[in-house]
Design a protein. Structure first.
Ligand SMILES: Nc1ncnc2c1ncn2[C@@H]1O[C@H](COP(=O)(O)OP(=O)(O)OP(=O)(O)O)[C@@H](O)[C@H]1O
Length: 244
């Protein structure tokens, strides 16, 4: 389980997180939905220990990544907001590098890499160097890196950006399959359809706080709307920065 309690983070005058509190349970997909600048990336970066909160804490199975980063990261897969690839390495080599970082030995590592590449339908590009890869192909490499060690928790910052329809479907199937295996999945998105189609729980974030929380149906019932998009607009009071 991922537990976020009273997280606060300020950058100069900007309050990015203002007492954010929620949990992302095992075997569920939790979506962080919020307009631009709501604090989603700051929250995810704090959970995996890239940022230190001013107060409050984020725990992964009880472990605070800001205090015990190695222990916490062993059990999480991360698809970050910004990632870099080694242009001279093939997709397979990039994923193998992450397998090795997570301590997977040679044969087990090779098998895990092959499985991740197959799951994401990447065999056609597996042995090509990253130079010249499209944005979507780059995203897939980063996704494969996030799942290669079969983490118990998966944190994804806008995972479908840049993916075409087929790749988005592959991503959705992958997330559902991992949920079925008990993985706790937390992802941020602006995309209503994606959140409505995938999430067991939606955490609506605005100005660094939880503005509402529940299933899509609960959020619609709370606001008297029939669609998540309308419910979202009612909750945060604007339609700025969202995508249908
Ligand atoms: N390193 C930083 N320095 C200064 N301000 C920052 C920094 N990182 C984030 N912020 C500010 O904190 C607020 C929250 O940003 P964050 O990136 O977490 O939002 P977000 O919900 O992920 O937005 P988006 O959907 O646009 O990616 C914004 O006002 C942003 O400008």
């Amino acid at each position: 389980m991922i537990e976020v309690t009273g997280l606060r983070k300020q950058f100069g005058e900007v309050v990015a997180l203002d007492g954010l509190t929620f949990t992302a349970p095992e075997g569920q997909i939790t979506g962080l939905l919020g307009p631009n600048g709501a604090g989603k990336t700051t929250c995810l970066r704090t959970i995996y220990g890239l940022l230190k909160a001013d107060s409050g804490h984020a725990l992964i199975d009880g472990i605070d990544a800001s205090k015990q980063p190695l222990e916490a990261r062993r059990n999480i897969g991360i698809f970050p907001d910004k990632f870099g690839l080694y242009e001279r390495l093939t997709a397979r080599e990039q994923v193998a590098y992450f397998a090795a970082l997570h301590g997977l030995e040679k044969q087990a590592g090779e098998a895990a890499v092959q499985q991740a590449l197959e799951r994401l339908d990447m065999l056609a590009i597996a042995d090509r160097k990253a130079t010249g890869f499209s944005q979507g192909q780059r995203m897939k490499v980063a996704l494969a890196q996030a799942i290669v060690h079969s983490p118990k928790h998966l944190i994804l910052d806008e995972p479908s950006r840049g993916l075409d329809v087929m790749s988005t479907r592959i991503l959705r199937e992958l997330l559902r399959e991992l949920r079925g295996q008990g993985t706790s999945i937390l992802f941020s998105s602006h995309v209503m359809q994606e959140v409505a189609a995938l999430c067991d729980q939606v955490v609506v974030v605005a100005k660094g706080k939880v503005a509402a929380q529940g299933t899509t149906e609960e959020l619609c019932a709370q606001t008297g709307e029939t669609a998540l998009e309308e419910a979202f607009v009612k909750i945060i009071g604007t339609d700025e920065g969202i995508a249908a």
